[in-house]
Ligand binder design. Structure first.
Ligand SMILES: Nc1ncnc2c1ncn2[C@@H]1O[C@H](COP(=O)(O)OP(=O)(O)O)[C@@H](O)[C@H]1O
Ligand SMILES: [Mg+2]
Length: 371
């Protein structure tokens, strides 16, 4: 009988469908067992979330586990809701007590401006700040009171840097250091934001965590992993085509998984390059509307630059005459600021080789425009 598709493109389903990451998982667990927090940094789609899930699944029983993703949070109140909410739902006991504290917190968020008896007006900002503080405080005292070791993994942590309240990090850090039974794993994809918090001496979390950067899965390990599933079904598996697929997407997990997922879906095995081409085409076609919309919503200058980068593949001198003239991009200063903006919005990515379109499927779609 054919297995369910073993090539997941979302979530985590246990070690069976999870490729390698043995060393990284062991490193994370070892840091935790030795009382250290860890910061995990890698670009999107490399497999940070998967690694965290795998680590939590394999962590010794004596640890309680909390996972939260703060990607969608926009301010300290969102953060506190997600943080406290995840702690509560992961660690059911004493729920009522914490929920009532949270209730007070949420109700305190409603007023926008409240006149004070002395004639001044108190802004909701302050209210939210102090309520957030007391809510974080009660979450931490709850965690401490349980005395059990807890691992809290906070995914997409760079988001915290974008909050309007500048002291969220300091606040969190101050409670963190007095909760000896709580270990943290922070994961994030925006290097400069993560560095600002964890690596820079001025960052609130400076020196408080190990820094771990995640590379892509090794070719040999990935190939063996993929082959195993096809072989188990008696289906063919082209080593050459797999290696080519891996190279086309720089070994980045999400793309490799997504292509393999489609090839598996056909049920005819992995015979050669044609299978990869068809899968990639279908992935890009599938996103046509989304990419079209994304592209259309950009400024004229951004569109040009995106197309130029997609067409060259990698650009290491974006303000050089050759690049500017070659793609009719206009003044270097304009291009430099458009570039920064596109990097900020994660449409372009600055790799060690140069600038690339962050989403490789979007890059392929942009290239099609020029054909
Ligand atoms: N080691 C792995 N083996 C197989 N699939 C993985 C592995 N790591 C991640 N994935 C899959 O790849 C996709 C992208 O990984 P994810 O962990 O979400 O990346 P990130 O969090 O770095 O953006 C997910 O769909 C996940 O299921
Ligand atoms: Mg992730």
């Amino acid at each position: 009988m054919k297995l369910d598709n073993p090539f997941l493109t979302t979530g985590y389903d246990g070690p069976e469908t999870f490729c390698d990451r043995e060393k990284e998982t062991a490193e994370l667990i070892s840091a935790i067992e030795n009382g250290r927090n860890v910061t995990l940094i890698a670009p999107r789609r490399y497999g940070k979330t998967g690694l965290i899930r795998n680590m939590l699944a394999l962590l010794p029983e004596r640890y309680d586990k909390v996972y939260l993703d703060v990607y969608a949070t926009e301010n300290i109140s969102d953060f506190v809701k997600t943080f406290a909410g995840s702690v509560v739902s992961a660690l059911e006991t004493k729920r009522e007590k914490l929920v009532s504290t949270l209730g007070q917190f949420f109700s305190s968020l409603r007023p926008t401006m409240s006149p004070q008896s002395d004639g001044t007006v108190k802004l909701s900002f302050d209210l939210a700040q102090s309520a957030a503080k007391s809510s974080i405080e009660s979450t931490f005292s709850f965690l401490k009171s349980r005395q059990r070791p807890v691992v809290i993994a906070i995914d997409e942590f760079q988001q915290v840097r974008k909050y309007p309240e500048p002291n969220t990090e300091a606040l969190l850090r101050s409670y963190m250091q007095f909760a000896p039974n709580v270990r943290f794993v922070f994961a994030g994809s925006q290097l400069h934001l993560m560095s600002g918090m964890f690596v820079s001496p001025r960052g609130a979390f400076y020196n408080s965590t190990d820094i771990m950067s995640l590379d892509v899965i090794e070719l040999n390990k990935y190939r063996a992993f993929a082959k195993k599933f096809f072989a188990a079904e008696g289906m063919s598996f082209s080593r050459k085509a797999f290696d080519d697929l891996y190279e086309r997407f720089d070994g980045i997990t999400w793309y490799v998984q997504s292509v393999l997922n489609r090839i598996w879906q056909n049920g005819r095995g992995f015979k050669g390059a044609k299978d990869v081409d068809a899968a990639v085409k279908s992935l890009v076609d599938n996103r046509n509307l989304v990419f079209f919309d994304l592209f259309r919503s950009q400024s004229e200058a951004s569109r040009r630059l995106l197309r130029a980068v997609a067409s060259d593949g990698v650009v290491n001198a974006p303000t050089s005459k050759a690049f500017l003239y070659g793609h009719s991009l206009g003044a270097a200063s304009t291009v430099a600021s458009v570039l920064d903006n596109l990097v900020d919005r994660e449409l372009l990515y600055r790799s060690d080789k140069g600038y690339v379109v962050y989403d490789k499927l979007f890059a392929l779609w942009l290239k099609r425009l020029g054909e």
